[in-house]
Structure formats: structure tokens, C-alpha cells
Design a protein around this ligand. Structure first.
Ligand code: FES
Ligand code: FES
Length: 202
């Protein structure tokens, strides 16, 4: 029996979700077909089930359904399509930043939340943002490289579409440039990059 009827938005679509008073968001999302959100630990510890709720990366396995009344929920299904991937998804593919792929929806949703608040992160900031998302396969190096590359791709797109109003942050760019010159960023090491952020920074 459904005790709760929750109105919310999922990937821009108005929805009414139903469940018991003890229902958890991950269970309801998966039952509704949003199976990109994965179940790992079920205790809020692995990040596989990460979605964005009102812009915040959130582990849906420990989020009560009752807590999302009126919320704006975004799942991995709301990003790109098979033929038109979101820049973060495309960067993960181009960097081969996945093996079994089970952790990747959560990684991408967490990365998206990072890049929306910090469009030009350092490697340390990416690693810190992803610290709560576990991967049993990749060793994280390629994932971090993919997120840094995605930041560049999204910055470049912003410059093209808004004339640079929301383009690269000059202060952070300077910091990144200095790190590049010192060879401190994996993206600046030979043979590891598919696009050059130094081109974007010109
Ligand atoms: S399944 Fe939700 S954090 Fe692990
Ligand atoms: S790619 Fe397998 S768990 Fe991350």
C-alpha cells in the first residue's frame, strides 16, 4: 500500500512518486525505471546511487522518499543520449575511465555537481569531490583525468555559447597554468590528454 504521494521533478519532468512511509528514493527511482542509479552498499558509503537533488549530489539509497517532496531530482538518464553524450560522459568514454561501469553513473552525477559549482577545478579538488564515490576497477587516475578534461570541454562550450561571460576563471586559470608548467597535472603529461586546455585558456 502506498502511504505517500510525492510531487517532484525528475530530469525536468513533473512526476508523482508513490511509496510507503519508509520508502527510500533509490528503490522508488529504480522501480520507476531510473535504473542508472545503482545499488552498492545501501548504506550511503559507496556513492553508486548518487543523484542530484536540488543541485546537490545525494546518495539516494539513504534518502527517504518523503524528503524529496517538491524537489528537483536529476538522474544519469537526464544527461546525454546514446548518440549525444553529455561532455562528462564523453570524457569518461574518451579517457577509458571505466571498466565494469557500475560506479560510473554515480561518479558522473557527482562530477556534474562539482563542475556546476566549480567549473575549473584542480586535480586535488576533483579528488576531494569524488572521495565518497568508490570504484573497485579503475584506480581513479583515468576518472580524475576525465573530469578535468570534461571541465575544459564545458568551459570551451560556455565560451562559444555566451561569448565568455561564464568562461574560465582567470585566477584559477593562472593557478592551473602554473601547475601545468610544473608538470603537476596528469592532463599535462605527454600522451594522456585528448584535448588541450591550454588552447582554451588563450
Ligand atoms: S548504494 Fe547508495 S551509497 Fe552505496
Ligand atoms: S568501473 Fe567498475 S566499479 Fe568503477
Amino acid at each position: 500500500m502506498s502511504d505517500l504521494h510525492i510531487d517532484c521533478t525528475i530530469n525536468g519532468e513533473e512526476r508523482t512518486l508513490e511509496g510507503s512511509r519508509s520508502a527510500l528514493l533509490l528503490d522508488v527511482l529504480r522501480a520507476e525505471g531510473y535504473t542508472g542509479s545503482k545499488r552498492g552498499c545501501d548504506t550511503g558509503a559507496c556513492g553508486f546511487c548518487t543523484v542530484q537533488i536540488d543541485g546537490e549530489p545525494t546518495t539516494s539509497c539513504v534518502t527517504p522518499l518523503a524528503a524529496v517532496d517538491g524537489a528537483d531530482i536529476e538522474t544519469i538518464e537526464g544527461l546525454g543520449s546514446q548518440n549525444s553524450l553529455h561532455p562528462i560522459q564523453q570524457a569518461f568514454v574518451d579517457h577509458s575511465a571505466l571498466q565494469c561501469g557500475f560506479c560510473i553513473p554515480g561518479m558522473i552525477m557527482r562530477s556534474k555537481a562539482l563542475l556546476e559549482t566549480n567549473p575549473d577545478p584542480t586535480e586535488a579538488e576533483v579528488r576531494e569531490a569524488l572521495a565518497d564515490n568508490l570504484c573497485r576497477c579503475t584506480g581513479y587516475k583515468k576518472i580524475v583525468e576525465a573530469v578535468l578534461d570534461a571541465a575544459d570541454r564545458m568551459e570551451a562550450k560556455a565560451v562559444v555559447t555566451d561569448g565568455g561571460v561564464h568562461g574560465p576563471n582567470p585566477d584559477r586559470q593562472a593557478t592551473r597554468n602554473a601547475a601545468c608548467e610544473n608538470g603537476e597535472r596528469p592532463c599535462c603529461q605527454a600522451g594522456t590528454r585528448t584535448s588541450s586546455h591550454t588552447e582554451v585558456q588563450k
